[in-house]
Design a protein around this ligand. Structure first.
Ligand code: GUN
Length: 282
């Protein structure tokens, strides 16, 4: 069994980004800039945003974290985004999700300039991704694709089961896999017999937020398991959507949690920010 080491790979990606940033600074006098908007005081979101800012700093990317109280109106948030759209120092704009209930997420995401949409959540970028055109790719599925590439995991002609159909992970993951010529099945909480699907899968990608949903007896021998879940147990321990100890005997490759897909996402966000900086009008 090969452990898919996201921590090590994300360090490699961060080094790649550092080199690209220093070349941009030297050759074009461009310092890539990222704005992260954090609304409210959700502890997990604050932690993610903190990690994003820290990673920018060590890669040489200029970053601002714009914190807003959960009491702000949608108009105030839209005004902030409009200002950032116009700010030439900011190449990327990311609104940390989830947003408070009184704010319409779609309206907010559609207000971001698609050329600054480093999360790849704007319908313009979603559409381009589905059509296999150049676009910003959502960081988590983008990171998973990089893992497949790095570990030489073939996708063409493979049966891939994606469990979870969220806009952030499941749907874009399925699109990228379809574009890579995999045969893709997307399961969700209404799926009648999950194991019947996973037993046929060469690769399972799971992103549902249910600890240990995927068991070894649901897999075929030699399957690849990509676990996007990060769940905190009552003990405080982090664990994935796959039962790692139970699955690992059946797998050819598996991601650990923590240290698998999680660390990859920040690396891919940095990549997207550099991509956005390269699109800056000269
Ligand atoms: N919340 C959970 N994942 C993400 C993500 O990838 N981007 C943003 N903006 N918010 C998130």
């Amino acid at each position: 069994m090969i452990l898919l080491d996201g921590k090590e790979l994300s360090n490699k990606i961060k080094e790649e980004v550092k080199v690209e940033v220093s070349q941009l600074v030297e050759n074009e006098q461009i310092t890539p800039g990222l704005a992260v908007i954090l609304v409210g005081d959700d502890a997990a979101s604050a932690t993610y945003v903190g990690s994003k800012a820290k990673a920018c700093k060590s890669a040489g990317i200029y970053s601002v974290v714009h914190e807003m109280p959960s009491s702000i109106t949608q108009e105030e948030l839209l005004d902030t985004i409009a200002m950032m759209n116009k700010n030439p120092k900011l190449d990327g704009i990311l609104v940390q999700l989830p947003l408070p209930k009184h704010i319409d997420t779609t309206t907010v995401l559609e207000a971001i300039d698609p050329l600054k949409d480093v999360d790849g959540f704007h319908p313009y970028n979603v559409g381009r991704m589905v059509s296999n055109l150049d676009s910003f790719l959502p960081a988590t599925p983008f990171g998973v694709m990089r893992m497949f590439e790095e570990y030489n995991i073939e996708l063409s002609g493979k049966n891939v089961v994606v469990i979870g159909s969220s806009d952030i992970v499941g749907k874009p993951m399925a699109s990228l896999l379809i574009n890579a010529k995999a045969t893709v099945t997307v399961c969700n909480s209404k799926t009648k017999d999950l194991a019947a699907h996973t037993k046929e899968a060469d690769i399972v990608v799971i992103a549902v937020g249910v600890p240990h949903l995927l068991k070894g007896d649901m897999l075929k021998d030699g399957a690849v398991v990509i676990d996007v879940g990060i769940n905190r147990l009552d003990t405080g321990k982090l664990t994935g959507d796959a039962d790692f100890e139970d699955c690992k005997h059946k797998c050819s490759h598996i991601t650990p949690v923590p240290g698998g897909v999680g660390p990859m996402t920040i690396g891919m966000l940095l990549k997207n920010t550099v991509k956005a900086a390269k699109l800056r009008e000269k």
